[in-house]
Design a protein. Structure first.
Length: 287
């Protein structure tokens, strides 16, 4: 969950003002996800998946539906177009392969409209997403248990993909049996790539070194706390223990060790522009 920094792009509204609409939108998105699991969602204005430029629907599952889902073992790919009402365009998602807990998938988009508001966060989901989750996710886990959350991600971003980021999105709750009505207490974003002036919510509160890289930490609040780690240089190859980021927040007193990690998501937030993200290998393992 992010927005452009106010001074970054032609005098945007402040990040906090622009992002408060997501609180209500998230509930609507949750209901749309539920519908997509039982029936086809209303299609967005997009062509059917095809190759090249779209995924091959013949060889793999693909969807251009808003909130359409593609089951992939313990994960599912969610074509999460929660902010589509702030613009015009389309987005598609597809799978390419699965071997054990390692998956390959991709997404392509073309968005115009309100340039400081996110249109989508198409992502691979492990665990909670406003109530719905796959089986055998190993989540939730209590932070005080200090369990590793190891992840590997190899991806490619098309040239000039517009204003966007590639990021992990972790959700925390204060209870173990969270459901759709249980608003998270914290959101932890880990930006590994950004383009077009995209910046996180809130104020910069420090810089940390994790996983052999340097990250700027931003913190804000939109009804739940948002903690964003932004890598100071882009990468398309990631090997991390996500628990290192959660531990850093606990050490700073920003997150209670009594909280539960309920979800790990990984994808791309898109504001405007046209581009493509291809994931050749992605995995998460909760120790």
């Amino acid at each position: 969950m992010s927005d452009l920094m106010p001074s970054r792009r032609r005098g945007r509204r402040t990040a906090l003002t622009a992002r408060t609409a997501r609180i209500g939108t998230a509930v609507a998105a949750a209901l749309a996800v539920a519908a997509s699991l039982t029936a086809a969602s209303t299609a967005s204005a997009a062509p059917s998946p095809r190759a090249p430029g779209k995924a091959s629907a013949k060889a793999s599952a693909g969807t251009c539906d808003a909130f359409g889902t593609i089951p992939m073992g313990k994960y599912y790919v969610n074509n999460n177009l929660w902010g589509q009402d702030s613009g015009q365009g389309w987005q598609c998602a597809w799978d390419t392969h699965r071997s054990g807990d390692t998956i390959g998938w991709g997404t392509e988009w073309q968005w115009s409209g309100v340039s400081h508001e996110v249109k989508s966060f198409t992502s691979a989901v492990l665990g909670w997403h406003w109530g719905w989750q796959s089986d055998a996710t190993e989540l939730p886990v209590r932070l005080s248990d200090n369990r590793s959350v190891r992840t590997s991600w190899r991806y490619a971003v098309s040239p000039d993909p517009g204003t966007m980021n590639v990021a992990y999105d972790l959700w925390l709750h204060d209870r173990v049996a969270e459901d759709w009505e249980d608003q998270p207490t914290d959101e932890v974003m880990i930006w590994t790539y950004r383009s077009g002036g995209a910046g996180p919510l809130g104020q910069k509160t420090g810089t940390v070194n994790i996983g052999g890289a340097t990250w700027d930490l931003y913190q804000g609040d939109i009804g739940w706390k948002v903690h964003s780690f932004v890598r100071t240089s882009n990468t398309t190859s990631v090997d991390l223990d996500l628990n290192d980021f959660l531990r850093a927040l606990q050490q700073r007193g920003s997150v209670s060790p009594a909280k539960y990690l309920s979800s790990v998501q990984a994808g791309t937030e898109v504001f405007t522009g046209a581009g493509r993200l291809d994931t050749s290998a992605y995995s998460v393992d909760v120790g």
